[in-house]
Design a protein around this ligand. Sequence first.
Ligand SMILES: [Zn+2]
Ligand SMILES: [Zn+2]
Length: 276
Amino acid sequence: MLIGAHVSIAGGVQNAVERQLEIGGNCGQIVTTSPRVWKEPAIDDDEAAAFKRETAASLEGPWVIHSNYLINLATPKDDLRQKSIESLQADLDAAAALDVPFVNVHLGAHTGAGEEAGLENAISAIDSLDHPEDVTLLIESDAGSGSKLGGEFDHLATVVDGTEAPVDVCLDTAHTFVAGYDISTPDAVDETVAAFDATVGIDRLRAIHLNDSKHPCGSNKDEHAHLGEGEIGATGIGAVINHDAWADRPFILETPVEDGKDYAWNLERAKELRSA
Ligand SMILES: [Zn+2]
Ligand SMILES: [Zn+2]
């Protein structure tokens, strides 16, 4: 099973490898800068070389770079759009420098422009990027609160089909669930897999953010919970982890660190549910 967690690059990007190994992960996710301010990634060549060497030596699965949370590809505002494009470009370039195959991004919010215009904005922003060879941009499924796009599989399909760029999808289980796709039972997971396959196509799914949800299906409220302890529950998370359609994808934890439970606890829980 390919599983890991979102880990820090504090002290140098190469430190992410050791942090991943400490919690028992064999793949994972990083951000290249503080994700809530606009800042260029600052990764020097020695650190990049060490990261690549240690990743090749000790990790089985891929890394994903999660782009800045401030990015809004769907926005109708020119200045925010420009900053978003520059920030995402910097992460695509960082991924190329680090041999990281995936950069993950949310579509953002149309803030009143309408769904169709928002999706068109996102597609043209993605098309304006210089996509490095061997780096695939992943559109992450969203919780769909307010005017945010990407909660509905149709939004993901529109973007993936509408761009010529190398773009696939990352499903976040907590987001998918609160966006209205039930995954709390084996039958519900089958239905959600079928709905995804009929719109986006299962071959476009390249990574899964594995999180339980503190809020119910369809609530559009995004708060992650420990695996098996949220509204998706152990039965649903188990059905997700073991589903044939995507069991070979990398699973990346973005679970909270609270109540005495951390990533290592959630990773162990995922492995228990995998074999169950
Ligand atoms: Zn995300
Ligand atoms: Zn996520």
